[in-house]
Design a protein around this ligand. Structure first.
Ligand code: ATP
Length: 274
């Protein structure tokens, strides 16, 4: 299933240099992570430890990759889940799962002999929707309350906990989540710029034999509105087209056809806003 695949993907470690573009967000994130890396200095200065970072932006822009890279960079263990995993019909189940998530994270960090852990919650809006709003109901509210309790209670002496959460609807989030001491950093992750798209294309073409005249710059120019995930699909589709044509190299036409294929398969807004 998708979830199983995602969980397997989480086992693969990621460096920041495997994430194309997103220079601004990467820099902001690295500045925030300094709080974890220099935790002794942070506590000496009496600075409140950083508890949570929200990564906000459209799907497929590398939010999960950034969370994983953050874990690697800070030598933390990494545990991932999605807001939808907490949505249950039965009262109390969501809240119980939140408690288990935090205790599992601490257990894993101890097992891996790490001093810190990153808990990644994808689709935080599913459980973090404004309490009392239309799309919330009592069971969700309980789950969100439990998340707030866990975030406030994170004080394990030996293991530092950083919660990273992704959303593409930050406007839906309950204000309580964005209060200091909870998610007090929001890093916006936009769709990649042309330069970003070129970097992402290069990253995903690295292990593919490209024909000498393939012009990735032109591919980047033609893929306005594509996310990193879309660009990964483009490189993969291009290689599949080469295979179908019994070629050992991927040629420019494969890329052109792959772009069309990805546009047909997805609803990509290709009209530049300016
Ligand atoms: P979602 O919100 O849909 O979960 P996401 O923002 O978490 O998406 P990721 O899961 O990090 O996106 O990215 C999906 C895939 O897209 C990655 O595994 C990678 O192959 C590719 N990708 C996305 N962004 C980038 C990037 N900046 N550099 C390289 N690859 C990227």
């Amino acid at each position: 299933s998708m979830t199983e695949q995602k969980n397997k993907d989480y086992l693969i470690s990621i460096n920041f240099d495997q994430i194309g573009g997103q220079e601004g967000p990467k820099k902001e994130l690295l500045e925030a992570l300094d709080f974890i890396v220099n935790k002794d200095l942070v506590s000496k200065l009496g600075i409140r430890p950083l508890k949570g970072i929200i990564l906000a932006g459209p799907p497929g822009t590398g939010k999960t990759l950034l969370a994983k890279a953050a874990a690697k960079f800070t030598d933390s263990s990494f545990i991932a889940t999605s807001g939808s995993e907490f949505v249950e019909m039965y009262a109390g189940v969501g809240a119980k799962r939140v408690r288990k998530l935090f205790s599992d994270a601490i257990k894993l960090a101890k097992k891996e002999k790490k001093e810190s852990t990153v808990i990644f919650i994808d689709e935080i809006d599913v459980l973090g929707v404004k309490r009392g709003s239309n799309s919330s109901h009592m069971e969700y509210d309980q789950t969100l309350n439990q998340l707030l309790v866990e975030m406030d209670g994170v004080k394990s002496k030996d293991i530092q906990v950083l919660i990273m959460a992704a959303t593409n609807r930050i406007d839906l989030l309950d204000d309580a989540l964005l209060r200091p001491g909870r998610f007090d950093r929001v890093v916006n992750i936009p769709l990649p710029s042309k330069e970003g798209r070129l970097e992402i294309l290069k990253i995903h073409s690295k292990n593919k034999p490209l024909d000498d005249v393939v012009d990735l710059d032109s591919v980047a120019a033609q893929t306005f509105g594509f996310s990193g995930a879309h660009l990964e699909s483009v490189t993969n589709e291009a290689a599949i087209l080469a295979l179908r044509n019994n070629r050992v190299n991927v040629i420019q036409k494969d890329f052109q056809d792959a772009i069309e294929k990805v546009i047909m398969g997805e609803k990509i807004d290709r009209v530049p806003s300016k």
